[in-house]
Design a protein around this ligand. Structure first.
Ligand code: DNO
Length: 400
């Protein structure tokens, strides 16, 4: 079995550790969100965070995330040497506390993006969704990005205009907040001008240039990670296609191949996120597991339902566009290989990434980050657990 885990945003999370324990999870993916991006994580703070997790009978199985500062992504600023050293020292401090899987992403300017945080499904539950026409409305009418129209079809532009005009000021305001304020574990209260400034800082970068910045980052931190036995795991772009004119470099198998080649070390690995990768139709998820198996260091399991117009919504964990049994089987195969070759940390940790808002969670404030309702994620975990048990049972039987 893989290590069943849940995300925990820290002491302010509306889903406290004792509840996580009751879901049956053994581990948490967690970060110290109060430390600003780019600053050092002191060993004492790490020790305290870990102690809270362990006092609840859980294990800190992955750091999600040690964020990469924007200046590293743009390659600008006078402080790069300090930022790289802070990252290395944070890895040393984590390793000293025996926390050795570190997730990060290299999405420029923003983290993940959705255009509706309360997409209502026929059964009455709610999930997150992404619709290109809504992004067009944000891009063209709210952000008023120069040249934005070129990124959308005439139909999307027309639909965006019509929809935008139908919203009153309060609705526009809350839609804008939903799109831009998605940084996990913190509410930055960013304004449209902040986003414009962030985009401007990236204006000189295309995908090749961004990949070069990632190469520089990896060259700075991977040797340290490798010497500590720390495994870095890059999170794919979410969604896995360009948005707001920003380049994307971790969206499909070719991208992943290029990232892993930037530093040929086991420390340079992947957070395999089926939710992010599945929003791109050309991604063969079980194939990606097989191709990059030994470099997968952390796993997010969820599904999306892609629709013909380029939209997608977050489907239940075993439904939608992801062939979850095939994905899980491929991951279990990789675990079995690791175990057989005597690897110490052969077990992969996964978390049910996002969940629906359902039952008693409906109508509650969405907490720190939308997508992280308790009951919906617990449903996902339970379904995935059943799938894994079934596959394991079948596998054990075959070996008899
Ligand atoms: C969204 C999450 C992401 C992820 C970061 C990793 O729900 O999967 O915010 O944690 O991108 O750095």
């Amino acid at each position: 079995m893989m290590i069943e885990s849940f995300r925990w945003f820290g002491p302010d999370d509306s889903v406290p550790l004792p509840w996580i324990r009751q879901t049956g999870a053994e581990g948490v993916f967690s970060a110290i969100h109060r430390i600003p991006y780019g600053e050092l994580w002191p060993r004492e703070a790490i020790r305290e965070h870990k102690a809270l997790i362990e006092a609840a009978g859980l294990r800190w199985v992955a750091v999600e995330s040690v964020p990469v500062h924007e200046d590293i992504k743009t390659g600008r600023g006078n402080d790069l040497a300090r930022l790289f050293e802070n990252y290395r020292q944070t890895l040393r401090n984590l390793a000293a506390e025996d926390v050795r899987v570190v997730i990060y992403n290299f999405m420029p300017a923003l983290d993940w993006i959705r255009t509706d945080m309360r997409h209502r499904l026929p059964d009455g539950s709610e999930c997150l969704s992404f619709e290109p026409f809504r992004l067009a409305a944000f891009d063209i009418h709210a952000l008023r990005r120069k040249g934005a129209e070129a990124d959308y079809t005439p139909e999307q532009i027309a639909q965006a205009g019509e929809w935008w005009r139908s919203l009153d000021d309060a609705k526009r305001e809350s839609f804008i907040k939903d799109v831009i304020d998605v940084f996990p574990g913190c509410k930055w209260g960013l304004s449209l001008d902040d986003i414009r400034a962030r985009l401007a800082r990236h204006a000189h970068l295309d995908a090749a240039a961004l990949r070069a910045k990632l190469g520089r980052f990896l060259a700075e931190v991977v040797p340290t990670a490798e010497s500590l036995g720390v495994r870095l795991a890059i999170h794919p772009d979410d969604p896995p296609f360009p948005v707001l004119g920003l380049p994307r470099i971790v969206s499909d198998a070719e991208d992943i191949e290029a990232v892993l080649r930037l530093a040929d070390s086991p420390a340079n690995g992947l957070c395999f996120c089926t939710g992010s990768l599945s929003a791109c139709a050309r991604n063969d998820l079980p194939g990606i597991v097989q191709r990059f198996a030994s470099r997968i260091h952390a796993v997010h399991l969820r599904s999306t339902q892609r629709l013909p117009d380029g939209s997608f919504y977050e489907a239940a964990h075993l439904e939608g566009s992801v062939d979850m049994p095939a994905v899980v089987r491929a991951l279990l195969d990789e675990q079995a290989r690791r175990k057989a070759t005597g690897e110490r940390d052969w077990q992969l940790a996964f978390r049910p990434d996002h969940g629906r808002v359902m039952l008693d969670d409906l109508g509650k404030p969405s907490g720190i980050t939308p997508g992280y309702s308790c009951i919906g994620r617990m449903r996902g975990l339970a379904e995935l657990r059943g799938l894994m048990r079934g596959l394991k049972w079948e596998r054990d039987k075959r070996q008899i």
